[in-house]
Design a protein around this ligand. Structure first.
Ligand SMILES: [Zn+2]
Length: 322
């Protein structure tokens, strides 16, 4: 379903950027791609420069890997990624905002097709259809491959199923795993549920909304306010000047929370432009997230770009847990 909906054809040259090792992630992708009949180039063994050299030579139609790795590749290659002839980015293995997907699509001049799976399920079972990631106004839907997996999205407090358009915790049941049964497994993943028929494609398979997925445990309580890292992500990657960022949470001398946002711009900025970006972001964060952040604008290259799953939040607060 994933490959067909993404517009992949048999024998399409596909660079697999995930390692094929003993982990489910990477092996699942490799075998699925072979089974579909793609020409798979397992390039994870090579470093990013070598992968780029191989891409220039073999001109893959698709890249298959984790979402944040494609961001890393684009940052290393610069404008060249838009000239490699890549048409399809098979993203996944982590939650990402619509703004992040849009940025990738612009950089590669390709369209993204996303997937969702769980290690416990040993499979990906939700995929975007022909409508892909959609738009911020109308986000795409990761459709659950219904005949094999039962998807529920529940209110974690009451255990009741949420309505179309509401957020809750993803609960999955595998209808074919017999060795390690998976029955109503609570994932601690939070997402917005979309009922059957909610997607313009008209399919009767329900799913979850793109850009709405996050870990329930990821929710940060900062200065007494619930903050979803996804919302901060959306805001920052919606600004074309922002290349990468990091949020550091600390405790001040009065035991209050301190949130510091360190932003790495795409290009080097003079003092006036730095100050302007700092002010714009601080204002936008206060308005949309509801708390004040200390904003520092760094030099390009100052932050390590994440090559696997993005690690953007550092929580160093003195925790008082009851
Ligand atoms: Zn659809």
């Amino acid at each position: 379903f994933y490959f067909a909906w993404a517009g992949m054809r048999r024998a399409d040259r596909t660079f697999l950027t995930m390692h094929v090792a003993l982990l489910a992630g990477g092996r699942g992708e490799y075998h699925a791609a072979l089974d579909y009949g793609l020409s798979v180039f397992p390039v994870a063994f090579y470093d990013t420069e070598q992968r780029l050299a191989l891409a220039r030579r073999f001109r893959p139609r698709a890249l298959y890997g984790t979402t944040s790795y494609f961001g890393h590749l684009a940052a290393v290659a610069g404008d060249e990624v838009g000239t490699l002839g890549v048409e399809i980015l098979l993203t996944g293995a982590e939650a990402a905002s619509i703004a992040w997907f849009e940025k990738l699509q612009r950089q590669f001049k390709a369209r993204a097709a996303d997937r969702y799976g769980l290690t416990q399920m040993a499979v990906d079972h939700m995929f975007t259809c022909e409508h892909g990631i959609g738009t911020r106004e109308r986000p795409g839907i990761l459709h659950n491959v219904d005949p094999y997996v039962l998807l529920e999205v529940i209110d974690p407090e009451t255990g009741r199923h949420v309505k179309d358009g509401e957020a809750g915790e993803i609960v999955v049941t595998s209808l074919y795993r017999t060795d390690v049964p998976m029955i109503r497994c609570r994932t601690r993943d939070r997402a917005v549920y979309r009922a059957a028929g909610a997607c313009p494609c008209g399919r009767s398979w329900p799913g979850i909304e793109i850009g709405s997925v996050g870990r329930i445990d990821d929710m940060k309580k900062i200065k007494g306010i619930n903050v979803w890292p996804q919302a901060v992500d959306e805001l920052l990657f919606g600004d074309p000047e922002v290349e990468e960022y990091q949020v550091r949470l600390t405790t001040d001398e009065r035991a209050g929370d301190l949130a510091t946002l360190r932003v790495m711009p795409a290009a080097s900025l003079n003092a006036a432009k730095r100050a302007a970006l700092q002010e714009t972001l601080a204002k936008a964060l206060r308005q949309k997230i509801g708390i004040g952040f200390a904003v520092e604008v760094l030099a390009p290259g100052a932050l390590d770009r994440s090559t696997y799953k993005a690690r953007r939040w550092i929580d160093e607060r003195v925790q008082l847990r009851s």
